[in-house]
Ligand binder design. Structure first.
Ligand code: AMP
Length: 268
């Protein structure tokens, strides 16, 4: 990769409510198109039209760029969001998160993890054993940033996702984000469901188990959603982890397997 890249980040809100955010790594030739796309997204978001939009572009030092691979995608189908949350809890404990930490994080996301029961702008940082919240700012949380797919990885991914009717921006962006999150030092697992009222799917991801999509994790119309990053590390290592998530540029140039959907049936 010889092309010079830029980090472009968008954050949009309305009356203090988080509406939308996005982060990409792109060449100079894409800056205008992507800037327009991100502003349009903020102005036409299902969570409401943004009133304040921040757009920031920073050059990426070529020597600082790392490359990576997407996790394999598993696609679980459940019959209800309640069942989906039970599956998510079980996948989290399989990844090494304690049942208490999984329960606490799920309850926080369900009730709105930011003060006042709102959605956060970023993710909660959750101690994978105690379930204690570790992020410095409970409204902002931690935003993973400076990651993207290479053009060829994006094209290949979209073609493979299309075979399973999964080629949509939610899945493409979430896989890219999860790839960065689960490669962070000290990360145990990630849990996500969207704050978009019309998008009901979510996932549990970890380096060991890949990206495990669940078709239903919340009821239709629910605006509360978010992410929990479950970590296991010392205080000092936590600062390194947060800095890596926020600042390390990572270009994903290889994709993983896309597995066909499978029905999840609960053992009685
Ligand atoms: P979305 O998947 O875009 O619907 O985002 C759902 C929620 O995940 C947001 O409200 C944030 O709380 C969180 N989130 C979105 N993007 C990021 C990110 N880059 N890093 C950390 N958390 C994020």
């Amino acid at each position: 990769m010889n092309e010079l890249l830029n980090s472009i980040r968008m954050r949009a809100e309305r009356d203090g409510k988080h509406i939308s955010g996005s982060e990409r790594l792109i060449g100079d030739d894409q800056l205008i198109d992507v800037a327009l796309e991100l502003v349009q997204r903020a102005l036409r978001h299902p969570r409401g039209q943004a009133r304040q939009i921040k757009l920031r572009v920073d050059p990426v030092l070529p020597a600082s760029l790392q490359t990576g691979k997407l996790p394999d995608l598993y696609n679980y189908r459940v019959g209800s969001w309640q069942q989906g949350r039970r599956l998510a809890t079980s996948l989290l404990t399989d990844c090494g998160v304690s049942a208490a930490a999984a329960d606490k994080a799920m309850a926080a996301l369900a009730n709105g993890a930011a003060p006042g029961g709102k959605s956060m702008r970023g993710a909660m940082l959750v101690d994978a054993d105690s379930g204690e919240r570790l992020e410095a700012d409970p409204a902002r949380g931690v935003r993973a940033s400076r990651m993207d797919l290479s053009a060829s990885a994006r094209a290949e991914l979209r073609a493979r996702l299309a075979l399973f009717q999964l080629d949509n921006p939610h899945v493409v962006e979430a896989l890219t984000l999860a790839a960065k999150v689960i490669s962070a030092p000290g990360m145990v697992a990630e849990l996500c469901w969207s704050d978009d009222p019309d998008y009901l799917a979510g996932y549990v991801a970890s380096a060991r188990s890949g990206y495990q999509r669940i078709n239903l994790l919340k009821p239709q119309g629910e605006q509360r959603g978010g992410r929990a990053f479950f970590v296991r590390c010392e205080r000092q290592a936590l600062d390194v982890l947060v800095d890596w998530l926020q600042r390390q540029p990572l270009l994903i140039d290889r994709i993983g397997e896309i597995h066909p959907p499978q029905l999840w049936s609960e053992s009685p």
